[in-house]
Design a protein around this ligand. Structure first.
Ligand SMILES: [Zn+2]
Length: 421
């Protein structure tokens, strides 16, 4: 402010100040997010406690640049150097006012580019915004974003349940819990119809765009311009996208609320984890939508748990969708079924996964950061041990010998035999 940098931008000093403050807060948040991810890689990299401690301290105190490993990790994960935000300004609480006109409509008055000349914006709501506002220009409309106290929301007053429940994230339904209940069943339908619609629309837009390009290359710039303005606009497209996002969010948040209705502790996979390093999905609409819903589910789980006072526990989800929850053997999943040959049972795959996730919370060997190959090894070792305990068909000498060696096992095999007969 003192060296007059802000004057270059042709803004009032306050508007400039608040926007810079907001940008810096974004950078800090990005850096904090990167730090959190790097903390996870440290846990995965080493199990040596002193080394771990050294790395974590260096990360926390901001000295990561001098350590080659930390510097490399931070460079990879810290999103920086590019900003696509061009359509919003931040207005401080004491810079605007809200008034009601004779018809009962709400008007927001904010400072414009000229001193003491307020810009008035009609609002489509009857609730006046409070605190610092973020104004976005989107599709010819002004969106007013502001913070509300989540504890004041009606859904935050709903008490959480008392039990511990494991959940698995699916694609046809938002969540399946370890009781076998499915929540957010419309999700798959919403996603596939949206992806069909997008594919069809993108195809049509490509055709129109090629007509415009042809016209431009012929020198008919009037026609090209007319097509771009009238047939390739983004107003309707972004409105439809926003509507779709809202539908998906409602479906997922409702699903999470249903789970929290019965759970005091929700056990789930850390859904934010797999995004690391994956930058683009190209044209694949399905995968892009699926990846985005995963982020929304992660957000909903954290958000709802925080508001309703339940605890969210993240567990290692490696092989939870392939292992039988009863005997632990790894099986191949076919569609929504998981056939366990040793048990001779067909499980509903998502329910099986949710039970596995629930059990991971108390698993003595598999911690959150156990590498997935190690998890596989542990599971296979357990199955082998389980197999040696399987019932024996007759009392041959081998059996007698084994009984003598493992008195506990013979007890199980006896009881099993009785059940079988
Ligand atoms: Zn089994």
């Amino acid at each position: 402010m003192t060296d007059g940098t802000h004057e270059r931008f042709g803004l009032l000093a306050n508007a400039w100040k608040e926007t810079v403050r907001d940008a810096i807060a974004d950078m800090r948040a990005n850096m904090a997010a990167a730090t959190a991810q790097v903390r996870r890689t440290i846990n995965r990299r080493t199990s040596d406690t002193t080394e771990r401690k050294r790395l974590l301290t260096a990360l926390r105190s901001g000295c990561w640049a001098t350590d080659p490993f930390l510097a490399r990790q931070m460079r990879k994960r810290w999103k920086r150097g590019r900003n696509r935000t061009y359509n919003q300004i931040v207005v401080r609480a004491d810079q605007y006012n809200v008034a009601v006109d004779a018809h009962g409509n709400l008007w927001l008055a904010i400072p414009g580019l000229q001193r003491r000349r307020l810009v008035r914006i009609p609002l489509s709501t009857i609730v006046a915004p409070t605190g610092t506002l973020r104004l976005m220009l989107r599709g010819g409309r002004v969106e007013v974003h502001y913070q509300t106290d989540a504890s004041q929301l009606r859904s935050s007053q709903r008490p959480c349940g008392k039990r511990t429940i494991g959940v698995d994230k699916g694609y046809t339904e938002a969540l399946t819990d370890s009781d076998g209940d499915q929540h957010g069943r419309l999700l798959g339908e919403i996603l596939s119809s949206e992806s069909d619609r997008l594919r069809e629309r993108n195809r049509r837009r490509a055709r129109i765009r090629s007509i415009a390009n042809n016209a431009a290359s012929r020198g008919d710039h009037t026609k090209a311009h007319r097509i771009r303005c009238n047939n390739l606009g983004t107003v309707k497209r972004s409105q439809q996208a926003a509507r779709h996002r809202a539908r998906v969010r409602t479906e997922i948040f409702t699903a999470v609320h249903r789970v929290v209705d019965k759970a005091a502790t929700v056990i789930a996979e850390d859904l934010t984890k797999r995004f690391v390093g994956r930058k683009t999905f190209g044209k694949n609409v399905n995968r892009r939508l699926a990846a985005w819903t995963k982020g929304v589910t992660a957000e909903a789980l954290t958000n709802v748990s925080e508001r309703r006072g339940s605890v969210l526990v993240h567990v290692n989800a490696a092989y939870t969708s392939q292992a039988c929850h009863r005997c632990g053997s790894l099986q191949r999943r076919s569609g929504d079924r998981l056939h366990c040959k040793p048990c001779g049972v067909v499980w509903q795959a998502d329910v099986n996964a949710a039970i596995n996730i629930l059990q991971r919370a108390v698993d003595p060997d598999i911690a959150l950061h156990t590498p997935h190959l190690r998890v596989k090894q542990i599971l296979q070792d357990r199955t082998d041990r389980h197999r040696t305990r399987l019932p024996v068909q007759d009392s041959s000498p081998v059996t007698t010998e084994r009984r003598a060696k493992h008195p506990n096992c013979s007890a199980t095999s006896n009881s099993r035999k009785q059940v079988e007969h």
